[in-house]
Design a protein around this ligand. Structure first.
Ligand SMILES: [Cu+2]
Length: 148
């Protein structure tokens, strides 16, 4: 029994894939929660945050975001006090990708309209593996801080 589980662990580590027989399909199972957009100051730019939970045994990546609100939406991470545009953000297997104030975030440039508090902005998240997910993002007050 020990030998078997050690072997299983080794295989999981080296291939990064789920083993057949323990649940079957190994696709990422993504769930988006806690989405919000602080009310933007101007029509030039807005940010948005959310959490992507992966209940699957396969890692994925957030690769792009589309929305009617803006054509130019990029994915940023924060390094020290500066933000940096990235091509993707990793979503670990059985893990969570967290976007939040002062960390990873979406950046919308050149908004077609200026959303105000209580509006809902629809975005579509695109992933390397999983199907796109449509997310209704509520617009909160500019100084909104989520409670944990
Ligand atoms: Cu940014």
């Amino acid at each position: 029994m020990n030998r078997r589980s050690t072997l299983a662990a080794a295989l999981t580590l080296t291939t990064g894939l789920a083993l057949a027989g323990c649940g079957g399909d190994s696709a990422p199972k993504l769930e988006v929660a806690d989405a919000y957009m602080p009310q933007p100051v101007s029509q030039q730019m807005a940010g948005a945050y959310f959490t992507v939970k992966n209940n699957g045994d396969t890692a994925d990546k957030l690769t792009s975001v589309t929305s009617n609100l803006a054509k130019d939406i990029s994915i940023h991470k924060t390094v020290g006090t500066k933000m940096e545009r990235v091509e993707s953000l990793p979503i670990p297997a059985n893990g969570t990708l967290q976007l939040g104030h002062g960390g990873n975030h979406l950046m919308f440039m050149g908004l077609k309209s200026k959303p105000t508090k209580d509006d809902v902005v629809t975005i579509r998240l695109h992933f390397a593996h999983a199907d796109p997910i449509r997310v209704a993002v509520p617009v909160k007050a500019a100084d909104y801080q989520p409670k944990h």
